[in-house]
Ligand binder design. Structure first.
Ligand code: COD
Length: 321
């Protein structure tokens, strides 16, 4: 099980090179992260965007642009569509947002013809390495679904659980956040949280313990649980924080970054392939960690090679069929 971002990077490196399509790649932090990911053997990138700008930025960063496949598409919306198409046709295995609006890339992803929709809800999952917390913390959805209803919240939680499982977690603790642990019919967050926590058979089958409604302290502090006499399975030890709506997740995530000095990685789950979705303000380190997260999750989707024959793909399986 992966407990921190160093382990995440190592696991992603071990699984081998994945092809990454970058939409609107003409940004220094994006190119720096992508170049580092290529250098350490995580990805083989295809850069879609304004070719002249991409090459100019690469020169300034001392990155050899000749080593990269670049598809010239200066229009941001068209660049998003092209990058999405590369993934839907199988030329790339996962997707990354460059320097364009989140809604623009999500609209391309949701496009009925070229997009990456499945029957699942797409949702944003952030992963944090918080200096004062003992393990990685998953937070959803502070990036895509603005005001999810009960059914959507269930799918958001399922997507977050899928991300946890991709990191090797057999059992997962989730907390449905609200302002308090008491259900108040006037506060929808508490009503929905209780309804989700009550779906015990569903969560048991997935190896997930769900508490809710729970205030943040009961989700992540055993000491607070002790003080308040709150003793539910998984309380004070959350892997996933399910937030009631977008602004809570967004503000909580940013406070983990800016007040608590956490490192982070962000991804969209629920589509045919993971989508690396980082904020334009995120550091190149956050972007690199997000690429590693996307790469690891997309590696889980990849059909396992059986008897490839060692010589042809280098997996060392030992025999040619
Ligand atoms: N999963 C699956 N299908 C979806 C989803 C989803 N999460 N959201 C919309 N759809 C489908 C709908 O069913 C519909 O068929 C089609 O997509 C269009 O849906 P609309 O009309 O809601 O689409 P838009 O274009 O108005 O909005 C979709 C966005 C994803 C762009 C919108 O939800 C959005 O802007 N989210 C916030 C993104 C953002 O700006 N985040 C910033 C912080 S990082």
């Amino acid at each position: 099980m992966i407990k921190n971002f160093n382990e995440l990077l190592e696991a992603a490196k071990k699984q081998g090179v994945m092809r990454l399509a970058v939409a609107a790649a003409q940004d220094a932090d994006v190119l720096k992260a992508v170049a580092e990911a290529k250098e350490i053997g995580l990805v083989e990138p295809i850069l879609v965007g304004d070719q002249d700008k991409i090459i100019e930025i690469m020169k300034k960063l001392n990155i050899t642009s000749e080593l990269y496949e670049i598809i010239h598409e200066p229009d941001l919306v068209q660049a998003a569509r092209k990058a999405v198409e590369l993934v839907s046709t199988g030329e790339a295995e996962f997707l990354m947002k460059g320097i364009l609006q989140t809604a623009d890339i999500l609209r391309a992803v949701l496009d009925k013809e070229i997009g990456l929709r499945t029957e699942n809800l797409l949702s944003h999952v952030m992963v944090y390495e918080v200096p004062t917390y003992h393990k990685l913390l998953f937070l959803s959805d502070g990036g895509m679904n603005v005001a999810p209803d009960l059914n959507q919240k269930v799918q958001i939680l399922e997507n977050a659980v899928t991300a946890c499982k991709a990191l090797g977690m057999d059992t997962v603790n989730a907390a449905c956040l609200a302002g308090a642990e008491v259900v108040n019919p006037k506060i929808q967050a508490t009503v929905d949280a209780k309804a989700i926590a009550d779906m015990k058979d569903k969560w048991d089958a997935m190896g997930v313990s769900v508490i809710g409604p729970a205030a943040l302290d009961l989700a992540i502090s055993k000491e607070a649980c002790e003080h308040k006499g709150y003793h539910e399975k998984g309380s004070g030890d959350a892997d996933i924080l399910l937030v009631p709506y977008y602004e809570v997740g967004n503000a909580l995530g940013k406070s983990l970054t800016y007040f608590a000095g956490s490192k982070s990685a962000g991804i969209i789950m629920g589509a045919k392939a993971p989508i690396v979705l980082v904020s334009r303000a995120d550091s190149s380190e956050a972007k690199l960690l997000s690429i590693a997260l996307g790469s690891l999750i997309s590696g889980q989707n990849k059909p396992q090679q059986t008897s490839c024959g060692g010589g042809c793909c280098g997996c060392n399986c030992g025999g040619h069929e």
